[in-house]
Design a protein around this ligand. Sequence first.
Ligand code: ZN
Ligand code: ZN
Ligand code: ZN
Ligand code: ZN
Length: 273
Amino acid sequence: MTSDLNFNSAFYEQFECPICFEYFKLPIHLCSLGHSICNRCKERSRNCPQCRQPFVQNSRNISLEKMFEQISKRCKFTECSSEVTLDQWHNHQSECQYNPNLKCLECGSSEEFLINHLVRNHEYKEISMEQNECLRSFSGPMASWHSNTEWPKGIWKFGEEYLVVKAKTHSGVFHVYLYRISKNLTAISLEITNQDTGSCIKFKGDIPHISDYIDLSTNPHFNCEIKQLMTFIKVQEDEQDTYKLSVKVKKKDIGMYIEEPIMEVPPLNDIEI
Ligand SMILES: [Zn+2]
Ligand SMILES: [Zn+2]
Ligand SMILES: [Zn+2]
Ligand SMILES: [Zn+2]
């Protein structure tokens, strides 16, 4: 087959992985019942997601892979005029200079709908927040607070506004990283209070954009030594071995800060006790 044949969209759909609905990422693997699955999805599944049968070791859909090297398609970004063979599809899209998509902070792939991708592929949980104020918590056994731990990853949804949230305990410090998806500037405050003593740790500032994501970055983010946090971490009432840190989250439009003198906004990682 050559690129000068005109294929319709139903034809190209045959080349989409049934799990991630994108063009197969090579090599294409086969389960024992003959379902094809792309390499990216295979790496995340032990059994075939379609029929639950195990994959046959080293079993690949070679004929489909061969077609991928032959069939080409115009790049999906309208301003780009490149014709790309399907085996080069993923590489081209992620490097294409016309790509307006966001890069996934977990696997580096370029995604038009990053939120859906994070939920489907990286176990991010979408959490609807109240419009401007909400209580969130991080909980786990005491050992998780004291060892290096990746806390469950979340997407905090304030109406149409999404914040990607990652929390880590690393070398005795608890970190919360927040990144915004939208271009609009967003400011946030996180507040931890000990109800018994009334003491409080506060963090506020504006949120960096997801395209500036750096793992364990030194960028402003909430961080606090576990030693300091210990008086705020409470045993969960219904689960004896679970220790919970409750955080009051408030979202502010950056405009609200602009009304006030900017200088009064403390730096992002400023901790008040
Ligand atoms: Zn796939
Ligand atoms: Zn199968
Ligand atoms: Zn392109
Ligand atoms: Zn990813």
